[in-house]
Design a protein around this ligand. Sequence first.
Ligand code: NDP
Length: 283
Amino acid sequence: MTTVELSGSVLARELRAKLAETAAALTTAGVPPRLAVVVATEDESSAWYVRALAKAAAKTGIDCDVVDLGATAEPAEIRTKLAALSADPAVHGIILQTPLPPDAKAEELAASISPEKDVDGASPLSLGRISAGLPAFAPATAAAVLAVLDYYEVPLAGRHAVVVGRSTVVGKPAAQLLLARNATVTVCHSRTRDLGEQTRTADVLVVAAGRSRMITGEHVRPGAVVVDVGTNPGEDGGLVGDVDAESVRGKASALTPVPGGVGPVTTALLLSHTVGSASRGAP
Ligand code: NDP
């Protein structure tokens, strides 16, 4: 079987081109879209990600402020900063970057982000609204999974979607979004007894486990569509997915690449959410 590559880069480019037009119009109207990224870590991969996000924002005409509180920031300090940014009318999107200092809990702190500016759906309020079928920004990576599936017209209603991973940022919201689209959803995690038994029943398999190449051809039903969310550091300094593309190719009908799959769409959606939030304040 030929496995079609579901490129996210192509979709991300299209999204960013449309966004640039809207961002320019908003700036002309006196509402320049502004994103604030709150950082409290010296983690190298986080720094790399924030630089890439700031660059993508600049290219799209979105102002991006990186608010670095340092790796020793107290939870109270982070909470105060998030509340101040939430109250600042010039800021339209707020991201709390992880990892955080050991005594800071992301879900708790993110509750201080105003839901209208919670462009990465990090607040428990946003997640609750998504689960209740109410409007809110979904976590960008989970939203990117759905955006890729929609762009390539993968049907979801009535199909069996299996999500590997149940984190608050990816697995759980991805499962909620798939459920909202009428897929029948199974969520697997590290305590799932026989992972292969579950994943082999998937029409659509979404993998977000953070384990390099853990899903092989053995885990995939012939003809399944596989979305690889994983971005693990490779030995050569590059990125490695959670899916062993080599063994899945030829068995799956479609597969997202790593890099160039869900990742670039995630970034484009963060910017899209920021522009969407700014549009609300436009005259
Ligand atoms: P977490 O570590 O928070 O969660 C991993 C999840 O996978 C957990 O629910 C864990 O189960 C489950 N898991 C781990 N090992 C296994 C296993 N052997 N079998 C079944 N389930 C397992 O990771 P994230 O959700 O934050 O990220 C997942 C991946 O997605 C990472 O590679 C990350 O880098 C990538 N990512 C990519 C983004 C992008 O834009 N492309 C953005 C965000 C993340 P349990 O709950 O039982 O521990």
